[in-house]
Design a binder for this molecule. Structure first.
Ligand code: FDA
Length: 392
């Protein structure tokens, strides 16, 4: 039996951060991951450049059954703290849009930084092997792991969510939580493309690749970012954002010309160029393929001079309040995150420790805290990992 003060399962962003902090406190730390390489999600994130945080990160950017849970950890380790770390390592970065910070080079720089700091703090990293059993003992936990069983005083579950199963994502963390009596808020795919019903798809699939800035709403929530037509339905930042709020059976409302008074513009066009076709007028406002397809879809046709105010109003409404009933999402296969997870009611927001199971901690995506698109999910990984790292 090999003993450690702290064993962390999952060498992603949250686990690495926790290892660094605990190691710096002089704790003997072992970081385990069943994957052959650590932090694979950091590597693929942000199109290979890792959107590692957001300048505007605040608790408002997170979804959870308890929206207050994330406040404490986010306050004690902020985006500025992580930016300072990135700067200290000389990693060049830039703001892409909306406060989203990306590496100029590659996301591997963030991985190297975290692994380097974890090693410097004395943490040991073991990869490519599964933990096959976890039991509570009088003074901590015993883990079945390869040939040598392990024991620890503090056990940290940092095994992430279910998204991208191809990369080894499993429901492991939820199983451990259940085993120790914690509740799981039902999980579902978040930050994920939406799919069209077959009939709409057959009419719109030629639009795959067309992008347009749009405001997309579901209930009272709305995001104004780019929207992208795909071979299956809709994607792009605006859709990924709203997908985390969308529930099966609900409509989304798409405004393809946010911030513009489309009806007034169409009336002005009718005045200036009465012989112009409606689809031509719309092609000056939207990408041509999109304008033509939407006219076809909604059955709009004719020269502006022949169209009444009422007709133009209907045309304008179909573009500013286009109601779509998605068929579903693309699921965990392409989702960036998993919504739901370990119920925060069972955890301390200060330490991330399970209230009823001393020594057991949950951090990162496995917890029912999910960020918007834009670097917020990594900020939660850093902040929650940092929080637990002070107490394990
Ligand atoms: P994470 O999933 O990173 O790590 C969990 C680790 O646990 C993995 O290494 C896994 O192998 C390991 N593990 C799982 N089960 C195990 C088991 N049974 N035994 C041992 N180890 C186990 N966010 C963001 O803020 N900015 C961005 O740019 C992006 N981009 C992005 C792109 C794509 C394609 C995806 C899928 C996701 C993103 N995200 C993102 C989301 C972000 O990657 C995610 O929220 C964090 O990686 C979560 O960090 P964790 O450390 O909690 O889990």
């Amino acid at each position: 039996m090999q003993h450690f003060d702290v064993i962390i399962i999952g060498a992603g962003g949250a686990g690495l951060m926790c290892a660094i902090e605990a190691g710096r406190r002089g704790r003997r730390v072992l970081l385990l991951d069943h994957a052959k390489k650590p932090a694979e999600k950091i590597r693929i994130s942000g199109g290979g450049r890792c959107n590692f945080t957001n300048l505007h990160a605040s608790p408002k950017n997170f979804l959870s059954q308890n929206p207050h849970f994330c406040i404490s950890a986010l306050k004690r380790y902020t985006q500025q703290d992580f930016i300072a770390k990135v700067k200290a390592h000389g990693i060049a970065y830039h703001e892409k849009t909306l406060g989203q910070l990306f590496c100029d080079g590659s996301s591997q720089q963030i991985i190297d930084m975290l692994i380097g700091e974890a090693r410097q703090a004395g943490a040991e990293l073991r990869l490519g092997e599964e933990v096959t059993g976890i039991e509570k003992s009088a003074d901590g936990f015993r883990l079945a792991f390869g040939q040598t069983p392990l024991s620890c005083a503090s056990l940290v579950i940092a095994s992430g969510g279910k998204s991208i199963p191809k990369m080894g994502a499993t429901g492991f963390g939820y199983e451990i939580a259940r085993k120790f009596g914690l509740n799981i808020v039902p999980t579902r795919a978040g930050l994920v493309p939406l799919t069209f019903k077959p009939e709409l798809l057959s009419r719109l699939k030629e639009l795959a690749g067309v992008a347009q800035d749009a405001a997309v709403s579901c209930g009272k929530t709305s995001f104004k970012e780019a929207l992208l037509f795909t071979h299956r339905g809709l994607s792009g930042p605006a859709i990924l954002q709203i997908s985390s709020y969308w529930r099966e059976g609900e409509e989304i409302a798409v405004n393809l010309v946010p911030g513009r008074d489309l009806l007034s513009e169409l009336k002005a066009a009718r005045q200036a160029q009465p012989k112009q076709e409606l689809r031509t007028a719309l092609s000056q406002i939207l990408p041509k393929r999109l304008a033509e397809k939407l006219c076809e879809l909604h059955g709009f046709d004719g020269r502006l001079a022949d169209l009444s105010d009422k007709y133009l109003a209907r045309a304008a409404q179909s573009l500013t309040d286009w109601r779509i009933l998605p068929n579903g999402t693309e699921g965990y296969r392409t989702a960036e995150v998993t919504l739901g997870g370990v119920d925060t009611d069972g955890l301390s927001s200060r330490t991330m420790e399970a209230r009823e199971v001393p020594g057991l901690y949950f951090i990162g995506e496995v917890v029912d805290v999910t960020g918007h698109l834009g670097g917020f999910n990594f900020q939660w990984a850093w902040s929650s990992g940092h929080a637990a790292g002070q107490y394990v």
